[in-house]
Ligand binder design. Sequence first.
Ligand code: ADP
Ligand code: MG
Length: 352
Amino acid sequence: MSALLVAGMLAAVPAHAQWLSRTVDGIMGTRIYVEIWADDPAKGEAAIDAVMDEMRHIDDTMSTYKPTSEVSKVNALAAKQPVPISLELFKLLGTALEYSRITEGAFDITYASVGYMYDFRERKRPTEQQIAAALPAVNYRHVLLDAKTQSVRFSQPGVRIDLGGIAKGYSVDCGIEILQARGYTHALVNAGGDSRVIGDRFGRPWVVGIRHPDHPDQIITRIPLVDAAFSTSGDYERYFDEGGVRYHHIIDPHTGHSASKVRSATVIAPTATRTDGLSKTAFVLGPEEAMRIYNRLDDVDAVLVTPDGRILYSKGLQPGAAAAPDAAAPDAATPPTATPPAAAGPAAPTTH
Ligand code: ADP
Ligand code: MG
């Protein structure tokens, strides 16, 4: 399930300080990985505890798999009446709607009005009739937020929301904030396809490998990162194949079908909420339209793998671009079958 691999190198360091890391499975339906450089191991472990607690809290609030979550409550009631919600959820819904506008509707949390009928593990998908009947409810404009009452309402019946496309990125940012507040200056937090790093690994960047969509053990390109977030979405994460068609977990809000205009999309930006909110876009709009949006945003870069195997890089990652880091100076059209680049350092934990 992993789309990214992080590798790094350690320089000589004081004996009492050390890297601490922990992996926890099953929060937000995914694997959480936290790595920090800690002077005091006991305080470091406590900081990681706090990050994990925060992730559990977000899962409890936002999961549609938990009938008691705030989001489940919203889905059950908001078509009938305004539902007062926590400030945290209110703000994240506002952010989600903002990403719908930025991505021209490609990112849309109401995808769930159709999306809830898919079950990729059970190889279950809706019929064309079911999709057609549910599709009018898919539109982010149906989600009405009222700041005065801090409540949410749906403008019509049948609307459902799901934050699976942004809550992990948001939780990574919350985890990073916890670590920053405790003074950590070298850290990585990862949840599923979403990650963010603070600082570097002692003079060297963190290095992110982007996986080959068909050969998860192969890295097709590596990108060095310092103080940045990145998300990879892939059609190989949660899917089933049937009759030559891949049914997977990113849904085109316009059709209700899986969105297949790219195989994978990696977005790099300052926060993981932002990279998560933008990484689905290329699947829905296609590489050219998505690059137009990414290139318009000054703080965003992207690497896309197209269905015919091309790797496309945004402006900032083009060879010769002012901001392009050394190791990310790839050919714009290297096929994913190209020789994987030499390892950037000792094998490091797979981030998810
Ligand atoms: P990960 O779950 O590994 O972070 P992604 O960031 O690619 O993976 O998010 C995929 C999830 O986004 C899906 O499982 C679903 O919950 C949600 N989603 C699917 N289609 C859309 C869409 N068009 N807009 C917003 N969210 C979506
Ligand atoms: Mg994600």
